[in-house]
Design a protein around this ligand. Structure first.
Ligand code: PGA
Length: 334
């Protein structure tokens, strides 16, 4: 076993990933007989079969599963070493695997754009899913870093805030409450409410806000994305509470208003998190340092809103008697 080369382990991993010798050979630019030969050598060195073929499918044997698990470790450590070596050479190169909750997609890609321009040698992959899925990934240590609206209680993590996240009530511009001031939460729960899907962090925070006031929302519809909710609001199906980040960039100009509700916005924060005890890669550490400047970097972006005095979030308040906001200037490259 000690004589197995890293190449043989790479070949083995590629076969596991694709479930096919042919595709593994393609990925590694090898011929299929070479792949078979490498696996034969590895199998001989271990003295146990690693795969079994049933019909056309290849399955891992118990020994194969153990080897696969050990490989994950070896390759991660190897990747880490490569990054450390690159760092010692003064280069920032390597991979950054990020997983973020749905709502963070409104600002994380923008931050990543600036980050990648600064460190062109860093390759980034970004997974976007709702809170429940992101927590599953975090528990399984599948990524380098996570961005979410609230650190989990059930998993031991290192977490820190890096940006504000305010949840606001949104309605269509012609909604009867659109121009009212000081709307009570009691009044809000009489309205048809559009809720995010279960597992969403936005939904959990919203439900908690009303539960603390002993109030219950009248949920008319559950929708699986912030975008679908915004369209449903415009379609007159109801109102909702979403992060103010969701009204950035692609806000349907002038069709949504932020309601002036007492007790809102719900003041939350964005957190980065990773499992306690995890050894962060050099690249992940560089990204964490970069995140410290997130709020400053995002205020520099080129989209601004105009809003009235009863839109508490949006800085430009010079448009009296209308609480519409609109995008002034969007330039994806800045
Ligand atoms: P969500 O999470 O996109 O799953 O709603 C956002 C949050 O946790 O604030």
């Amino acid at each position: 076993m000690r004589h197995s080369t890293l190449r043989q382990l790479e070949v083995f991993e590629a076969i596991v990933r694709y479930g096919s010798y042919t595709r593994a050979a393609e990925e590694l630019f090898l011929t299929q007989p070479t792949v078979s030969m490498q696996i034969k050598k590895l199998t001989d060195a271990i003295g146990l079969p690693l795969f079994e073929q049933i019909g056309k499918k290849i399955y891992l044997t118990d020994a194969g599963k153990e080897l696969h698990e050990m490989n994950q470790d070896i390759f991660k450590r190897f990747e880490r070493f490569e990054m450390i070596a690159a760092d010692m050479k003064g280069m920032k190169t390597g991979k950054l695997r990020l997983a973020v909750v749905t709502t963070a997609k409104y600002f994380v890609p923008r931050l990543l754009g600036m980050f990648c321009r600064k460190y062109p040698g860093i390759e980034v992959s970004l997974k976007v899913s709702n809170r429940a899925h992101i927590l599953e990934r975090l528990a399984n240590n599948q990524d380098d870093l996570y961005v979410l609206g609230q650190p989990p209680k059930e998993i031991d993590v290192i977490a820190e805030t890096f940006l504000e996240n305010q949840l606001v009530a949104l309605a269509s511009v012609d909604h009867p409450l659109a121009n009212e001031k000081g709307i009570t939460a009691k009044r809000i729960v009489k309205e048809s409410f559009l809720s995010r899907e279960s597992g969403s962090g936005t939904r959990i925070a919203t439900e908690r806000f009303f539960a603390d006031l002993n109030l219950k929302l009248k949920v008319r519809m559950e929708l699986g994305s912030n975008e679908a909710i915004k369209q449903a609001i415009i379609g007159g199906l109801g109102i909702s509470i979403l992060s103010h980040h969701t009204i950035a960039l692609d806000a349907p100009a002038g069709q949504l208003v932020v309601l002036d509700v007492k007790g809102l916005p719900i003041n939350r924060h964005w957190y980065y998190a990773y499992p306690a005890g995890k050894q962060l890669s050099v690249v992940a550490q560089v990204f964490l340092e970069y995140l410290q400047q997130a709020s400053q970097l995002l205020t520099d972006v080129s989209y601004h809103y105009e809003s009235t005095d009863h839109c508490p979030l949006l800085p430009n308040q010079n448009q009296k008697n209308s609480n519409q906001f609109r995008i002034k200037n969007v330039s994806p490259d800045s």
